[in-house]
Design a protein. Structure first.
Length: 413
């Protein structure tokens, strides 16, 4: 049977080129690709299967190793659009031709190529199909992710607009009301005092300003545009200033503010005092808002390596575990429009939900952090909340010129 003879002689030819082939393919391809463990062993296995395919006339013998290789492509390969295994086979074809030319007679080389090229072509088909399918799958899953993210952004965008409109409407209505009352009075020319009406307009304008300022701060934090003006200050000085600011509200709400001196509170540190006070103010303001009348707000702290920690706890309604991370995200209160604009310091008077995200942004810009601990949310039992604020205790102000210099050097690299 002539066919049989051809197969045996092909087998011999294959055996002849085997060591050179493994060395050549291994040498060239192990360099270009990330070297996978035991690449030469893999090539030897491939060569055995190639031989098997040629002698049995069934190229499917190669399926298992080709799929193994194709599957070992990583997520990064997919993202970078690399087609490792198709490339590998294409190079193998070229190298086989090269090796055949160098080591075999012309006839042997022709016989060999006639036998192996169909097997390689089959292999290329298997791999290309697999790589295409995986790529399509990868792209579809990426598209699904993008779609989901776009939907989320879209939802938060429209929720943002609804909350912003709601928040801005309250002070506007206030201003409108007082202004029209003023107009009436002026028209009737009653000569009545306009003082309380002007004060009403003032309150409305102040609220509008706070809301707009908060929105600007959030967008600056989001775009890493927050500029810090480092000055030496003590934590106790900032807390004392804030206690003066809050005195009237605390009296009105019959809340006790207990400020405790602690290790580190009188240490001189370099921070942006206005920004750190803004962060602390937001936390204290929440303690006021979410603590029923008659409660206590305690401010204490401790010194930690490289940080001064400020601890602000209240005897308020507490925060459920699932909300403890969420409240630092902007517009976490979005779902509950009914809570909005019920008052700046009133019990449970919700706001635009920007206070804590701003506090976190400010602390993170300093290299610090903020988190909360609370047993849970219970308006009757009032388990309270404890906010921990880590402020880096820099002994010097960072030199922005130095940072710029290193940044330029880094970019030049
Ligand atoms: P808001 O403008 O809604 O007060 P914040 O970002 O300041 O926005 O706070 C987000 C949410 O976190 C609040 O609406 C409230 O539900 C919760 N929260 C913050 N501080 C406290 C606290 N001390 N006690 C209970 N809940 C709090």
């Amino acid at each position: 049977m002539p066919k049989k003879t051809t197969r045996t002689s092909i087998q011999k030819v294959l055996e002849k080129i085997r060591p050179v082939w493994i060395e050549r393919v291994g040498g060239e391809l192990a360099r270009g690709m990330e070297v996978r463990a035991g690449f030469e062993e893999q090539l030897a296995r491939f060569f055995d299967l190639l031989e098997q395919s040629v002698t049995t006339g069934d190229p499917a013998w190669l399926d298992s190793i080709l799929l193994d290789w194709a599957k070992s492509s990583t997520e990064t390969d997919l993202e970078e659009g690399l087609y490792h295994v198709s490339y590998l086979i294409n190079r193998m074809i070229a190298l086989t031709i090269q090796v055949a030319r160098e080591t075999l007679t012309k006839q042997q080389a022709l016989d060999l190529l006639a036998a192996v090229i169909p097997v390689y072509t089959y292999g290329l088909g298997v791999v290309a199909r697999y790589e295409m399918e995986t790529r399509v799958e990868h792209i579809s899953s990426e598209m699904a992710k993008v779609q989901k993210e776009m939907e989320r952004i879209d939802r938060s965008k429209s929720a943002f607009i609804s909350v912003a409109a709601h928040e801005l409407k309250t002070p506007l209505t206030l201003i409108e009301g007082y202004a029209s009352m003023m107009e009436d009075l002026l028209r009737e020319n009653k000569g009545m005092s306009l003082e309380s009406l002007v004060a009403g307009i003032g309150t409305g304008i102040e609220r509008l300003r706070t809301i707009v300022d908060d929105m600007i701060d959030v967008s600056m934090i989001d775009n890493s545009l927050l500029k810090l003006n480092f000055q030496p200050i003590q934590v106790s000085q900032m807390i004392e200033a804030l206690s003066v600011e809050f005195a009237a509200i605390l009296r009105k709400r019959r809340l006790r503010l207990d400020i405790q001196d602690h290790d580190g509170s009188r240490q001189w540190i370099h921070v942006d005092p206005a920004r750190i006070m803004q962060a602390l103010r937001n936390v204290i303001n929440n303690a006021v808002k979410y603590t029923p009348d008659g409660g206590t707000i305690t401010i204490t702290g401790r010194k930690l390596p490289g940080f001064v920690e400020v601890i602000i706890s209240d005897t308020g309604i507490g925060i459920s575990p699932e909300n403890q991370a969420l409240i630092f995200e902007k517009f976490a209160q979005l779902g509950r429009v009914e809570l909005h604009s019920s008052g700046k310091s009133k019990f449970k008077g919700g706001g635009p939900g920007l206070g804590l995200p701003i506090a976190r942004g400010i602390l993170e810009a300093h290299g610090g952090s903020i988190w909360v601990e609370s047993e849970g949310y219970d308006e009757v039992r009032c388990p309270g909340s404890t906010f921990h604020i880590l402020i880096p205790a820099r002994s010097d102000a960072p030199d922005p010129d130095m940072a710029k210099l290193f940044d330029t050097l880094e970019r030049k690299k």
